[in-house]
Design a protein around this ligand. Sequence first.
Ligand code: ADP
Length: 542
Amino acid sequence: MLGLMQSQQLLISSLIEFADRHHHEGEIVSRRVEGDIHRCTYRDVARRSRKVANALDQMHLAFGDRIATLAWNGYRHLELYFGVSGSGRVLHTLNPRLHPDQIVWIANHSEDQVLCFDMTFLPIIKAIHDKCTTIKHFVALCDADKLPADSGIPGLQSYEAWIAPQSDRYEWPVFDENSASSMCYTSGTTGNPKAALYSHRSTILHAWASALPDALNMSARDSVLPVVPMFHVNAWGLPYSAAMTGAKMVFPGPAMDGKSIFDLIESEKVTFAAGVPTVWQMMLGHMQQSDLRFTTLKRTVIGGSACPPAMIAAFNDVYGVEVLHAWGMTEMSPLGTVCTLKNKHMTISADEKMTVRLKQGRAIYGVEMKIVDDSGAELPWDGKAYGDLLVKGPWVIDQYFKGEGGSPLVDGWFPTGDVATIDADGYMQITDRSKDVIKSGGEWISSIDVENIAMAHPAVAMAACIGMKHPKWDERPVVVVVKKPGAEVTRDELLAFYEGRTAKWQIPDDVVFIDAIPLGGTGKMQKTKLRETLRDYILPGV
Ligand code: ADP
């Protein structure tokens, strides 16, 4: 017997329609490429996203056609999020931090028809437009008078001139909720990039689950600052969950330095911010130098790479901001786990709470996870056994776009490439990416643990641990360190700092000081590049 409830397709257009009706005065604040601060409301975004939909119709773009963006976080990008997906096309967010050749490869692979880009990226577009063989229309996200006369890009038009003549009335089409809505290519640390192709259903369910109190806890009383880019994994779905809850949105545009982010948090009374550790590292550095304090920020979600304990402590103890350590990946839309405490943790000591907060957290409803050994056998949830982490759920990929790489699933589960423990309370802790684990004398050393200890030293700004070939032990850890400006620490002092903080055999064999650790397109340390830099390095005593 079937239930007798209404059946409605879960479509992205419903989010902006809801925000328009119930939170029309909700503010959307953007720092623009032009440098100024732009203010509008959900009503304005709804109106203008309907104009985008009409403009796309007028270009005769088909259902499912890919519309690419190369853009910072801002209101025009948000309008494209709703206008493109809502009208049945697929929003393809390109990552401007990739090499131009990679951008060309990706745009051709996804067969983009339109490319909307921020003026910051005009030089890239000038260099690549004639290699992007499927793109028919280039749109610059600016006013008509900001458009350069001599760009050399055929048919280039400004976004404002493109949407100005369009009606702001539009009947959002109703279609199968499993239709594709947006896509994002993974960073492709190995082989060619592969795309996760999200659906309307997966996007709405992900937004719903991630807004819950024990996940990101979003509400109409929040002012949300996604520092995580809208060009990578849909800014962790925040544009959708904010529209779903009516939260104010604050967009940093291109200004991602510590001072600009801090100033925006204060001026826009931000209560909730989201970013990767490297961004927060810069902001905390700025705050320490200038002895600043937050007045409104309550919580910050940190993920993308492991959040060092020193950062959690700084936010928590010094600035009174709750850190939500979160884990996920492109293939998971991205949210998998968030570290929020349970009732039983309310009475434990601050140190014990810290032990819990360091973990990547509990699965949010909708995500199933398990850890397995090399033979695929499931390992116990005891907080000690570690193995490959596998996940499944309605916002986890089934396969990559165009079936690239064959089926990624193992018995219906998606292997994340991460190695983790899960404790009896369901808190998952990443010990490493499987390719970064250091295998020393048959035992595994977690590169994250080695990095976290170095990061706790007051003179260390950033640390990366990599395994180096060793004739006897197979591999031994070396920690590559960037010092804080003006701070000093020697190799021996740092190695002595490890004493008592970890098992003796897990202490790195050496420290290498370096000016900067290479970061990838999503702000993560690029260990492959680091290994190349250190290819002539020989371990002491080898
Ligand atoms: P890519 O590595 O291709 O850039 P993602 O941006 O999707 O892909 O990154 C996903 C990976 O980032 C995860 O598999 C995991 O290794 C790492 N990661 C994400 N969040 C965390 C976290 N909180 N702690 C440790 N690692 C994390």
